[in-house]
Design a protein around this ligand. Structure first.
Ligand code: AVJ
Length: 325
């Protein structure tokens, strides 16, 4: 049997308390998207990935299906063993394309999925172990930053870090540079990072992806308030907040907000806090950044990586890019 899930005992509830205490006392109010992924949030995100308006998942799925053989050649020239480490694995929907193909080719690799959602990770690990009982799986319940440690562990095998799904889009530009610099510091020469970048495109298409007709993105965004109600004994009235999305094609930033529909005061008992809202006042909850090819090449260059492969879907909506250390 495989090893148990390594849990860093993230004090997630303490982190949420800190975030809410500072974020709701700042002007404009803000809460980090990292707190979206409780059990319900992970479930809603899985639904978003299947929704017709959220093109990102379909585009990346197509890329992985089409280029899985090229990717294996990149990761494992001459069949050399490698360690696949996935940052923010989620339910692994897309990664399973690679795992299944790599297994069918008898590639010599191990798989270390890392995710902040214990529920998503448990499901993924159970699935992977059922489908490929011979694959060595080393899961870790953790955030991206602690996951960097795993990448600095010295081994003889090449490390291949997967950072799929445009998770990179949640970083502010400076934080993205900082993160790749940290990856560069921890990896060895020859190691690889495969990143999924959502590309800049017709702004209307992007806008709709975060304003889907089924209201899934709205439910996903509002779920953050439900989580705060439950974990911090707050009394947010979910009907008194709306979802609002902007996309700015000048800087490639999609931004999500929660909007107070009226004058109201929310009580957060666990923090002994009262939070007043004006009508129309926002809480900024997420950045989902879209990239140009030039920006991606600059990110690699600024942080010491070389771009060794560039895979895109037939519509040119999304790119999975190989950076080599
Ligand atoms: C999981 C961060 C890539 O930003 O597109 C989906 C999350 N937010 N709909 C994204 C999300 C709203 C998603 N990422």
């Amino acid at each position: 049997m495989g090893a148990a899930i390594v849990d860093s005992q993230l004090p997630e509830s303490a982190a949420l308390a800190d975030e809410v205490r500072t974020g709701l006392q700042t002007t404009p109010k803000r809460l980090s998207s990292r707190f979206f992924y409780d059990a319900e949030g992970s479930r809603l995100f899985a639904e978003i990935m299947h929704s017709p308006d959220y093109y990102l998942t379909r585009s990346e799925y197509e890329i992985l299906e089409t280029h899985k053989a090229d990717m294996l050649r990149q990761f494992s020239p001459g069949n050399q063993p490698f360690e696949l480490v996935e940052l923010g694995a989620g339910d692994g929907l897309k990664t399973k394309i690679l795992l299944g193909f790599f297994e069918s080719q008898k590639a010599d690799f191990t798989y270390a999925p890392i995710d902040i959602s214990a529920d998503a990770l448990d499901g993924l690990v159970a699935d992977v172990r059922r489908q490929w009982p011979d694959l060595q799986v080393n899961p870790r319940h953790d955030d991206y930053f602690s996951a960097l440690e795993l990448l600095s562990q010295e081994t003889d095998n090449r490390k291949v870090a997967l950072f799929l799904g445009s998770n990179i889009g949640n970083f502010a530009p400076d934080d993205a540079v900082d993160f790749y610099q940290q990856l560069h510091d921890r990896l060895q020469p020859g190691d690889i990072v495969l990143t999924g970048f959502d590309l800049q495109k017709n702004p209307a298409i992007i806008h709709t992806a975060y304003n889907d007709r089924e209201g899934l993105t709205k439910a996903f965004n509002l779920n953050l308030l439900r989580r705060i109600n439950r974990e911090l004994e707050a009394n947010f009235d979910l009907d008194a907040f709306d979802h609002y999305e902007t996309y700015n094609p000048e800087n490639g930033e999609a931004r999500s907000y929660l909007v107070s529909q009226k004058v109201q005061t929310v009580t957060i008992k666990a923090l002994d806090m009262q939070v007043p809202f004006q009508p129309g006042e926002i809480i900024h909850t997420e950045i989902s950044r879209k990239f140009s090819r030039t920006q991606i090449e600059q990110l690699a260059q600024q942080t010491g990586f070389s771009v060794t492969a560039w895979f895109t879907d037939s519509q040119g909506y999304f790119a999975d890019v190989v950076f080599e250390r």
